[in-house]
Design a protein around this ligand. Structure first.
Ligand code: PLP
Length: 429
């Protein structure tokens, strides 16, 4: 089946004349899978509808926030009610207190939370806080981990271990990138070497909860524990970036999964239920270094926005009330049952953790971004196209993961698994 994309095509050519590359975030442009992006008109439960009226089951989930699916009635109602009372005040509102309380109680940690407007802002601010508290300037990140687009984090590994970072984008001053040390995941010795050389200058190590922005690179528990130990030993902070995993892997996120206690946690995506929300959180002792109590400055005109807070609170309340995480794990097991053997039997990789899964056209599951077979991307492009044509919407990049939502049910997952198997065969024949 070929899709009717008449209206999307018209919108796409207009968009390209008014918006750089036609998009407000690069991956949306479908560059790595080919074809033109579809313009989405609306979403309902597990479904997306494009401007031409094509319907898709959505596994992209806006790249992570939509754990309840689209337009969940409780979230929409909360947003509408909040909007009626005014969109922004630049003054404290009850919603901020409620969402901060919800984050602390669900995570089971004594967290103080500072709200911002995106995941990027959350990690950027968390790093400033870590630098402010430690009085040090260097940070360590892992190649393949994405923490947003700010200077200093938008870097990939230089050649070899413990080299200074090379910016991933022009416009990032080398001086910023020099403060960023990059190493690969899953290698205690490499990290140890960096600490041996720079231990007294390292403010923090930042790690994705479960790296899920460059394939799904599930880490060993002992490795994450090692990161906790080595940071503690050298007086550096550990930042666990839970922007994807927070309140998705379960109420305690990746920190709960690894049973680790980071100094600062960053959240986004699910905590906003589809609205622009991020936050960073930690103990009172750490967080009270922020202005107006402490000397680390960070602010935001729209931070803690009442409409966004209402969406986040409703999203988390529904998850908690319906035990969404247990439902998602059940759906995950259904998906395993349908495609795990099929994909392994064809010599490819299917990885899943909770409601996050990834299919990779290579022989073994990577733990490091360096172990991702780049030649899989061409197969993914065909896979993606075949899925679209059968009414299944995956993210338009081989390195993006797929998400289950609580709006799906067992029958839908089984039906969609058929599409996934057929598209896999179409891509690899
Ligand atoms: C999406 C993401 C970010 C960036 O969040 P934005 O809201 O897109 O700025 C940061 N860290 C991780 C782990 C993410 O998945």
């Amino acid at each position: 089946m070929t899709l009717n994309t008449e209206i999307s095509s018209i919108l796409w050519s207009k968009a390209k004349s008014l918006i750089p590359g036609g998009v407000n975030s690069p991956v949306r442009a479908f560059k790595s899978v080919g074809g033109d992006p579809l313009f989405i008109a609306r979403g309902e439960g597990p479904y997306l509808f494009d401007a031409d009226g094509n319907r898709f089951v959505d596994f992209c989930s806006s790249f992570g926030p939509l754990i309840l699916g689209h337009a969940h009635p409780a979230v929409v109602e909360a947003v509408a009610n909040a909007a009626k009372n005014g969109l922004s005040f630049g003054a404290p509102t009850e919603g901020e207190v409620k969402l901060a309380g919800k984050i602390a109680s669900l995570s089971g940690r004594n967290l103080m939370t500072r709200m911002v407007n995106s995941g990027t802002e959350a990690t950027m601010s968390a790093i400033r806080l870590a630098r402010g508290v430690t009085g040090r300037s260097k940070l360590v990140k892992f190649s393949g981990c994405y923490h947003g687009h700010h200077d200093g984090l938008l870097v990939s590994a230089g050649s070899g271990v413990a080299t200074f970072a090379v910016p991933d984008s022009v416009g990032v001053p080398e001086a910023y990138a020099k403060e960023t040390l990059v190493t690969h995941l899953d290698d205690e010795a490499a990290l140890e070497k960096i600490f041996d050389a720079h231990g007294n200058d390292i403010a923090c190590v930042i790690l994705e909860g479960v790296p899920a922005n460059n394939g799904l690179l599930i880490q060993r528990k002992e490795y994450v524990e090692f990161i906790r130990e080595i940071t503690e030993k050298h007086g550096a902070m550990m930042i666990l970036d839970e922007v994807i995993t927070g309140f998705r892997l379960g109420p305690q996120g990746a920190a709960g999964y690894y049973d680790v206690d980071p100094d600062i946690l960053t959240y986004g995506k699910v905590i906003g239920g589809g609205m622009p929300v991020g936050c960073y959180a930690g103990s009172k002792e750490v967080m009270e270094n922020l202005a107006p109590v402490g000397a680390v400055y960070q602010a935001g005109t729209l931070s803690g926005n009442p409409v966004a807070m209402a969406a986040g609170i409703a999203n988390l309340e529904v998850l908690e009330r319906e035990d969404g995480w247990a439902k998602l794990e059940r759906l995950g097991l259904v998906l395993d049952d349908e495609i795990s053997e099929f994909i392994a039997g064809r010599g490819a990789v299917y990885e899943r953790i909770g409601s996050i899964f990834w299919i990779a056209f290579q022989k073994s599951a990577p733990r490091r971004s360096e172990d991702i077979d780049k030649s899989g991307a061409a197969k993914y492009a065909k896979f993606h196209r075949a899925l679209l044509e059968s009414g299944t919407y995956f993210a338009p990049s081989a390195y993006e993961v797929a998400f289950l939502s609580t709006a799906m049910d067992e029958a839908l997952v089984r039906e969609q698994a058929k599409n996934i198997r057929a598209a896999f065969d179409a891509a690899t024949k």
